[in-house]
Write a protein that binds this ligand. Structure first.
Ligand SMILES: Cc1cc2nc3c(=O)[nH]c(=O)nc-3n(C[C@H](O)[C@H](O)[C@H](O)COP(=O)(O)O)c2cc1C
Length: 152
């Protein structure tokens, strides 16, 4: 699909079928996320795949209070890595790592359209609760969650 079409087709999806995206497609999303630029090429971001039926998914469902999210088979959790960005000091920690995570999520989002997958960006969550649910170390800050599935 050409880029203009991808950008035109992308929209937030809040209803999903029960069909699960393949591991191969999830892998492609991660590859796309990994191709995003990053400050100093430090890749100060971490992406977690939260699988349907997993313990972590149950924990996430408990702390994410937008009910429709429960329909989405996969969640991708994008985190700013405040340890990897240390060479850039405070600005790196507060800004670059967040930008690194954000742009990689955007790349994954666009690739999802290319694969016929649907996404929605979730920004409204309790950071502390999500960190606990995902078992994140303190240097990882959850920045964005993408729901991933097929539009219902
Ligand atoms: C930073 C950010 C946070 C967002 N948080 C949420 C959210 O918590 N829940 C939700 O349903 N949509 C969320 N969205 C999706 C927006 O509501 C959506 O992108 C916007 O309404 C435009 O619609 P579109 O994506 O279909 O073009 C978020 C988008 C961004 C970029």
């Amino acid at each position: 699909m050409d880029l203009d079409t991808i950008m035109e087709l992308r929209h937030s999806v809040r209803h999903y079928t029960s069909l699960k995206p393949s591991d191969r497609d999830i892998e492609k999303l991660l590859t796309a996320a990994g191709r995003a630029p990053s400050a100093g090429d430090l890749k100060a971001r971490k992406v977690f795949v939260i699988r349907p039926g997993s313990r972590m998914r149950e924990e996430m469902n408990r702390v994410l209070h937008q009910d429709w999210i429960h329909e989405a088979p996969f969640l991708l959790l994008f985190c700013a890595d405040r340890k990897a960005i240390e060479p850039y000091g405070e600005r790196g920690k507060e800004l670059y790592s967040v930008q690194d995570a954000t742009i990689s999520a955007a790349f994954a989002m666009l690739k999802a359209v290319d694969l016929g997958l649907a996404t929605c960006w979730i920004g409204a969550f309790d950071e502390g609760a999500v960190s606990t649910a995902a078992g994140l170390p303190s240097y990882l800050r959850p920045v964005a969650i993408l729901t991933v599935g097929y539009e219902g």
